[in-house]
Design a protein around this ligand. Structure first.
Ligand code: 0A1
Ligand code: ZN
Length: 884
């Protein structure tokens, strides 16, 4: 580890590379002791660079064996090497640089570069992992045509894969096998991939609209061959969707996906060789929840969509990460909306954004969608870059309309195919294709923080006018004390007694009515603005921020009666759900106040009535009823509090009291719905079946929360279940609302039944880490020593420790600080072995300003970590920014 504090990299310092690498030839000799990497880089000095700058290649944890230029081996004083670079002076204008290095993938626990997951070799090069494979210009604007030779033992590694097309496959005289892969598309090294292992594959095919026959293969361990069908179908659906919706076709004859157990993230879009975390690709009713099936479909689509938004057109530098990620998340969200329920998908995405991204925006790591500085780029694969970035693209879609947006996307791909570009290039293509000026809109890329949209209204009965007074502000974030107004598309309608009212702004012609004149998008682009509607015959209830048309906090003083009206009658599904959330949030707030004053909780009858009507409404889709009946989560409720105010115990107690009251108050309806939703049909993870199970499990949860007598229903459901979704929901009821006598045996039984299925056991770990009983922290410690746990596997770390710190606020924030100490210990260990996961795990501690009475203890743990010797840049950046 280095001595000095790691430095900061700034967007303003960007300069184009001094050298180009037209072709990259790599030869891997994979061995059990070590791997030898020979590289031949066809270098060309960039014409833009005057003088003779030295060549500076990045490299880390490499053992340099030999350097040659055009076959002349260099003597040691012709170059210099340090921990991070290989520098060569006086290179000719054009040459072939050959470098031979030795690496030890079997000792690489960071899961970046070339490493081993069980017996399989695999790679992860985004963002800067390639430098752990060989010396290179490890930056996304250096694009090169790769040719890759792999030599390996054919018995241990019968499958040898890299990007592009397989050109040769032969057996060498010494018995080793050698394959040659060639990828005709120039790409940055972060998209390079290599896999070698004893894998089986499922094969299918796809014919593109232009008639290209693409061979699709999904490589897994033999035991998982039966778990590939859903991912394969998802891939085919995504390929078709990208042709139909974006006119984007696949461009090679092969598309491979490989599943690996040890992976830092969800999946990776390497050109024609996507690598997936097993948890994001394998599906089986016994190991995957309904949510998991949907997640797999979305991630398969996401990685596939990157073939255009990311690979054909890539990022100039890592500050532009949202160029590919924001756009691709928007694309995958629209795909999921098209193949499933649009409103439910939106509700899920907004819940994540408002709970976690808003928290990021309000915390010490807040950064713009296009950050301006970083210490460790791995720390910037964030909800802001991904999810808020997608919201920014969505707003462009809203402002331009679907047709012009598609024109903009076509222009972007056509103009920049084969290039490494910036967010600015994307916005400019959208402007050029549509004629819409996005000048001020660009602030969404440069200003951090969540804007607050304050709306007040007034109605003049005599004049029949209704006025919305809208103002916007944005809190300061690190390095950005003041903000300029954003361009906020405010989608809205007005709800009258008999439905949504026609909308006409003052000054508009009465006949300027569109087909749907009950819905429109107001463009808020000033600090304060006034919108006057005319011809409004009654005082309306405003339906605001329909579809969550902008990533802002909305402040409008809704009465509870108004919320009930919106909930039951608005045209916009998102607003109906959001009104239910707002009503529940108000009622939980009442109960918090009552509990804080030592009074017995009183749950507003309006909420009870609203929930009862939802349970009686057979016309709404099941999944939507389930979403509307789900109370806002504890983390979301904490996020709504001012700094230093969130009281985890009070939030938990109030939410639980409201849930119990609803369970008691709606008991008959819940029971009736639960019974009616029971089905003897075999499991299918599709549309309304998923919604049916979601609603049924929700009913069970309310009933069990209200009265332990209903735990018998949970036991019966557990016994009868033929799938993980129903089994876990039943177990969760026993674990959350029962005593040890209720949950100990079923938890043990679950383990015995599924111990060979790692992915199912990870759910079992999460359940035990998120239970409300006082013994949970000790249980987490015990489980860390259980054979089912492994600190080297990121999925397990997230399932147990990540879930405890992130999803069990009451116990993570224990007053004695034991939760923080536990997290700190794990972060300390991971700091040495896998810094990327260490930093991610640490996130809950960075939110120390939010919680009442906990700031000091949280900071103390951060300070302990800050003082550790050998801190990785990843952890250093988080702790130092949190404490500053
Ligand atoms: N580009 C991938 C995410 C990814 C990023 C970094 C990784 O390792 C450090 C791995 C994957 C995606 O958006 O899916
Ligand atoms: Zn991505």
């Amino acid at each position: 580890m280095r001595e000095a504090n790691p430095g900061t990299i700034y967007l303003k310092d960007y300069s184009a590379p001094a050298f180009l690498i037209n072709r990259t030839e790599l030869h891997f000799e994979l061995g059990e002791e070590h791997t030898i990497v020979h590289s031949r880089l066809h270098l060309l000095r960039s014409p833009e660079h005057a003088g003779e700058p030295p060549l500076v290649l990045q490299g880390q944890e490499l053992e340099l064996l030999e350097v040659a230029i055009d076959r002349d081996v260099l003597v040691e004083d012709a170059y210099s090497v340090d921990e991070d670079t290989l520098v060569i002076d006086k290179l000719p204008e054009q040459c072939v640089l050959s470098v031979k290095t030795r690496i030890r993938p079997q000792d690489n626990s960071s899961l970046e570069g070339l490493y081993k997951s069980h017996t399989m070799f695999c790679t992860q090069c985004e963002a800067e992992g390639f430098r752990k494979i060989t010396y290179y210009l490890d930056r996304p604007d250096v694009m090169s045509v790769f040719t890759v030779t792999i030599t390996a033992d054919p018995v241990r590694y019968p499958v040898l894969l890299s990007n592009g097309n397989l050109l040769e496959d032969r057996t060498l005289d010494d018995g080793r096998r050698q394959v040659l892969w060639h990828d005709p598309f120039p790409k940055p090294c972060y998209l390079f991939a290599l896999v070698a292992g004893d894998l089986e594959c499922v094969e299918d095919q796809f014919t593109t609209a232009s008639g290209r026959e693409v061979c699709l293969r999904l490589y897994v361990e033999a035991k998982d061959l039966g778990k590939c069908e859903h991912a394969m179908g998802s891939l085919q659906r995504s390929m078709r969707w990208d042709e139909e919706v974006y006119g984007r076709m696949y461009d090679l004859d092969i598309f491979n996906i490989v599943a690996v157990d040890d992976f830092n993230m969800g999946a990776m879009e390497n050109k024609s060789l996507n690598i997936f975390n097993t948890s994001c690709v394998l599906c089986d009713p016994n190991i995957t929840t309904d949510r998991g099936y949907q997640r797999v479909e979305a991630i398969v689509a996401h990685e596939y969509f990157h073939n255009w938004s990311g690979n054909r057109v890539t990022c100039r530098d890592w500050f532009q990460l949202s160029l590919k990620e924001g756009f691709t998340v928007f694309r995958d969200a629209e795909f999921s909306a098209d193949v499933g329920s649009r409103t439910v998908k939106r509700v899920e995405d907004v819940t994540l954004l408002r709970t976690a991204q808003f928290a990021e925006d309000a915390g010490p790591m807040a950064h713009p969608v296009r950050p301006e500085a970083y210490i460790e780029i791995n720390n910037f694969y964030t909800l802001t870059v991904y999810e808020k970035g997608a919201e920014v693209v969505r707003m462009i879609h809203t402002l331009l309309g679907a047709e012009d947006f598609r024109r903009g996307s076509d222009l972007y791909f056509q103009r920049h195919d084969g290039q490494a570009v910036t967010c600015e290039d994307f916005v400019r293509a959208m402007e050029d294709a549509s004629g819409v000026d996005l000048g001020q809109f660009r602030r969404w890329y440069s200003q951090a923080g969540t804007p607050l949209l304050r709306v007040r209204d007034s109605y003049d009965e005599d004049a029949q006018t209704y006025v919305l007074e809208v103002s916007q502000s944005c809190p300061p974030t690190p390095g950005q004390p003041g903000k300029q107004p954003f361009v906020i598309p405010l989608a809205m309608g007005l709800l009258g007694d008999a439905g949504n009212l026609p909308l006409r702004l003052a000054g508009e012609e009465p006949d300027a009515e569109t087909a749907d004149n009950t819905h429109r998008v107001l463009v808020v682009d000033q600090a304060q603005q006034r919108f006057e509607f005319v011809g409004v015959g009654e005082r309306p209830v405003p339906s605001l921020l329909r579809g969550f048309s902008a990533p802002v906090r909305l402040d409008y003083p809704f009465s509870r009666v108004a919320l009930c009206q919106l909930m039951s009658r608005d045209d916009d599904g998102f607003v109906r759900w959001d009104s239910a959330q707002a009503l529940a949030t108000q009622v939980i707030g009442d109960v918090q106040a009552q509990l804080a004053a030592g009074e017995a909780p009183q749950v507003d009858a309006l909420l009870l009535e609203a929930c009862a009507s939802l349970l009686e409404d057979e016309s709404l889709e099941h999944a939507m009823v389930a979403e509307m009946l789900t109370l806002p989560g504890e983390n979301y409720l904490a996020e709504l509090c001012e700094e230093g105010v969130a009281d985890v115990d009070l939030i938990h107690a109030a939410r639980a009291a409201v849930q119990a009251a609803l369970g008691v108050g709606c008991r008959e309806l819940l029971l009736r719905r639960y019974q009616a939703l029971s089905s003897a049909r075999p499991y299918v993870a599709e549309g309304d079946e998923i919604g049916r199970r979601a609603l049924r499990n929700l009913c069970l949860d309310y009933l069990a929360c209200a009265d332990a007598a209903h735990l018998d229903m949970a036991r019966a459901q557990y016994q009868a279940a033929d799938n993980l979704t129903e089994r876990l929901a039943a177990l969760r009821c026993l674990a959350c609302y029962g005593g040890e006598g209720d949950w100990a045996a079923p938890l043990q039984a679950f383990y015995e039944d599924w111990q060979d299925e790692t992915l199912a056991i990870n759910h079992w770990l999460t359940l035990q880490a998120t239970m409300p009983d006082a013994g949970v922290l000790d249980r987490v410690r015990t489980l860390m020593a259980h054979p089912a746990f492994d600190l080297r596997n990121p999925n397990k770390v997230r399932a147990l420790v990540g879930a405890f710190a992130g999803q069990n606020p009451v116990h993570f924030h224990r007053e004695d600080g034991a939760g923080y100490a536990l997290l700190g210990e794990v972060v300390e260990k991971l700091n040495a072995s896998n810094p990327q996961i260490a930093a991610r795990l640490l996130t809950p501690l960075t939110r120390w300003r939010r919680y009442r009475g906990r700031g000091e203890a949280m900071c103390a743990e951060l300070e302990r970590l800050a003082a550790l010797p050998g801190l990785s840049p990843d952890v250093y950046e988080l702790v130092s920014k949190s404490l500053s």
